[in-house]
Design a protein around this ligand. Structure first.
Ligand code: HEM
Length: 187
């Protein structure tokens, strides 16, 4: 069975060395030396952990779906030694909107998908949903990105565009964690 539930565990163990954390909006999470992305419900032991499930897409149209399928690289590429974990919670006002209203804000007003497609295939991404796991998950989404060091500037530019967009007016908590894979002495 393909695993849909994933745990991000921060603590002493894990392949990813955390290089920086920052609360973009709302409360921060404690600093930790390392991060692991573990299949299944693997909470416990570390400083903090977050869980989310991968799911079907909600908003993409046919053309976007095909473009994403054609351009999206897999996670775990050898050269993609930089990762960013961005947990996000959106406001009650966002969740009170209808599906078509949310789509309009996300794409017609904010071009989230169009801007995002421009950094593919350099950036690999995975969206995890938290809302349906339990009533008290601290975030709605866990977004995870992997890329090679030379693509960090393009990724940062995308972050600037998204955070300045109308969609982000509905983001009430956002945390940013950057990490590196230690590949060997030359890194
Ligand atoms: C790397 C390029 C990116 C691409 C191609 C991309 C594409 C997408 C797509 C297609 C969706 C909609 C999925 C659906 O239909 O349900 C989505 C949702 C989302 N993306 Fe991105 N994205 C990118 C980068 C980012 C970044 C950098 C962030 C965080 C700063 C982010 C945060 C989110 C969130 C939170 C959602 C869920 C929104 C919701 O359902 O309300 N994305 N993205």
């Amino acid at each position: 069975m393909t695993e849909r539930l994933w745990t991000f565990a921060a603590g002493a163990a894990g392949p990813w060395r955390i290089t920086g954390v920052r609360a973009v909006s709302g409360q921060a999470l404690p600093e930790a030396p390392r991060l692991d992305r573990i299949a299944g419900d693997a909470a416990g032991g570390g400083l903090w952990s977050l869980r989310g499930i991968t799911s079907n897409e909600r908003y993409v149209n046919r053309d976007e779906k095909q473009a994403l399928a054609a351009l999206s690289p897999p996670l775990g590429r050898a050269q993609a030694c930089c990762a960013v974990l961005i947990p996000i919670r959106k406001s009650a006002a966002w969740w009170a909107l209808a599906q078509d209203e949310r789509r309009a804000i996300m794409e017609e007003q904010s071009q989230h998908i169009a801007h995002g497609l421009r950094v593919l295939p350099a950036v690999a991404r995975r969206l995890h949903h938290c809302r349906d796991l339990s009533a008290d998950e601290p975030f709605d989404f866990l977004t995870w990105f992997e890329f090679a060091p030379e693509h960090e500037a393009a990724f940062d530019h995308l972050l600037d565009l998204l955070r300045a967009s109308p969609e982000w007016a509905y983001v009430e908590r956002e945390f940013e964690l950057r990490a590196r894979l230690d590949l060997g002495p030359e890194n």
